[in-house]
Write a protein that binds this ligand. Structure first.
Ligand code: B12
Ligand code: SF4
Length: 453
């Protein structure tokens, strides 16, 4: 039988011995689900769960192994992924090592340059990875497989990049839950006891200039239909008794009708659980009270929204389509509807950081005066790769790593943006440590840092 090993690296730093926040490793599970299990023997290895994963699984790698796949977001996952790849290479230099996920997708040229990366898959992986593995197994050309960078006699070949293909045509992820112990990934969070994350759509139609989603998916959005989403949730509800779903979508509420259908089906199937999802200020303001009430009946309890700044000049620079007045309306709307608003902000943008800090704090305080129970997440702005702001940051003197190893040691939460004076940084940090942690529950904070919840 043909073998594939999929590795999901650790998310925490190398000195962090904590147990990790352990959401299901959706990236590799969604790939695994695409294969016919009578032809492929697939092993999903989660570096967050096993102490020495390579030692444990190396015996399984043999001449039938078609490839290993490694998934990574920027930072620690790269380091652990590189470590795993190095051990595989040392064991057997003929095993093809494929990288995918957000970091390789946003920095494909730098990633493929690494000696322990043979192929990079850019963006959505289900379709490309399946075809790629078949080509590797049959030793046929990779030229017609979309979304790849690969090495061919020391030359880098790039195939056609397709930004987003129909998500609904992929095989449901439920099929691959058998590769892991789902129970390891169900956790108490945000007041619920048994929560799991679920991805029901991909991409986003908007193009905020600090966000990687627009660059990777080119402003496209695609979704699973309501029936399929609810089938997926029902499986987890019936088999694993979950009591809440956290939608990991970049922008869950793009299609109002789809969300309404999801909520109707949850109710019809009598699933007693809570759910939350992401939206934007203007999208959510467009929802009528009766629409929100219908969602609420099915367990909708929280909306997560990136407000980002209270400085309207910054909002225009970063291409956010709302203004402060609308944020005030949004908080009133959520408050009246009994929906928890979870609002995230960034301070310290490159244009006039002192001003954006002051205006953002002013807005947060005004919102708190309307409803003290809103959740505020406050971060120092950190330029993400592949975005417009990344290039602007470079023009303001910011220096970034130039290799895959460099990115392995880079953390988005400890960034030294040169346009923020030490005095302002101290002020922001004081505010974040006082206000940020007071308002961001400890669980939420650890969740964002990939820590133990
Ligand atoms: C869950 C999640 C987390 C979890 C777990 C992270 C993880 N590695 O999965 C936690 C909460 C820990 C987390 C933390 C952070 N996260 Co996060 N997170 C997400 C989120 C919401 C969902 C990820 C997911 O499961 N998606 C579903 C799967 C199916 O999609 P996928 O991962 O993209 O996988 C597909 C493709 O990428 C590809 N693929 C993936 N891996 C592989 C491997 C191979 C071999 C192949 C062929 C293909 C392939 O195929 C898959 C199927 O199509 C995403 C946003 C999103 N919707 O994706 C942000 C996201 C990944 N996070 C992001 C960021 C910035 C962070 C933080 C820095 C946030 C912060 N301010 O602290 C921290 C960093 C933590 C750390 N210490 O390193 C960014 C990534 C940017 C980047 N350059 O990497 C994203 C995209 C959010 C955003 N819009 O900017 N995050
Ligand atoms: S920040 Fe949100 S709304 Fe803006 S592009 Fe990214 S996902 Fe879309």
């Amino acid at each position: 039988m043909r073998k594939i090993l999929l590795y999901y690296p650790r998310i925490c730093g190398k000195n962090d011995t904590h147990d990790l926040y352990r959401g299901l490793p959706l990236s590799v599970l969604s790939l695994a689900a695409q294969f016919d299990e009578s032809v492929y023997d697939i092993k999903v290895v989660d570096g967050r769960i096993e102490d020495d994963p390579f030692k444990k699984h190396k015996h399984w790698l043999d001449e039938n192994t078609v490839c290993i796949g490694i998934s990574a977001i920027t930072s620690n996952q790269i380091r652990d992924g590189l470590n795993f790849a190095e051990q595989v290479r040392t064991l057997n230099k003929n095993i093809t090592i494929i990288w995918g996920g957000w970091h390789p997708s946003l920095m494909p040229e730098q990633t493929i340059a690494h000696k322990n990366v043979d192929i990079v898959v850019v963006g959505q992986g289900e379709e490309s990875f399946l075809v790629l593995v078949e080509c590797l197994a049959n030793k046929t050309s990779l030229n017609n497989v979309p979304n790849l960078l690969y090495k061919d006699n020391n030359k880098i070949v790039k195939t056609q990049i397709k930004h987003l293909s129909a998500f609904n045509l992929t095989t449901p992820i439920e099929k691959s839950y058998a590769y892991v112990n789902v129970e390891d990934y169900i956790q108490p969070m945000w007041g619920s006891k048994r929560v799991v994350g679920y991805e029901s759509s991909r991409g986003c139609p908007w193009r905020c200039r600090f966000c990687s989603v627009g660059s990777l998916y080119n402003g496209k959005w695609n979704c699973l239909n309501a029936e399929r989403v609810v089938n997926g949730i029902e499986y987890l509800y019936a088999k694993h008794h979950i009591d809440a779903i956290h939608f990991f979508d970049n922008n869950f509420f793009v299609n109002q009708e789809r969300v309404l259908q999801i909520s109707r089906l949850i109710k019809e199937r009598d699933m007693k659980m809570r759910w939350d999802g992401t939206s934007t200020v203007d999208q959510f303001l467009g929802f009528t009270d009766s629409y929100i009430a219908q969602l609420k009946e099915s367990g909708f309890y929280r909306v997560i929204i990136g407000v980002e700044s209270g400085d309207e000049e910054v909002l225009a620079h970063i291409n956010k389509r709302h203004r402060n007045k609308q944020v005030v309306e949004l908080v009133k709307k959520c408050s009246n509807a009994g929906i928890q608003a979870s609002l995230s902000f960034m301070v310290g943008f490159p244009w006039n950081p002192e001003k954006d800090f002051n205006e953002t704090i002013k807005l947060i305080e005004a919102l708190k005066n309307i409803d003290a129970s809103i959740e505020i997440l406050l971060f120092i702005f950190s330029p993400y790769i592949g975005t417009r702001l990344y290039n602007i940051a470079i023009s303001h003197g910011m220096v970034f790593p130039e290799s895959l190893e460099g990115w392995a040691n880079y953390t988005y939460d400890k960034v030294n943006t040169p346009w923020i004076s030490n005095r302002l940084r101290r002020k922001i940090n004081r505010y974040i440590s006082f206000f940020g942690t007071k308002d961001m529950s400890e669980q939420a904070l650890l969740f964002f840092q990939g820590g133990n919840v």
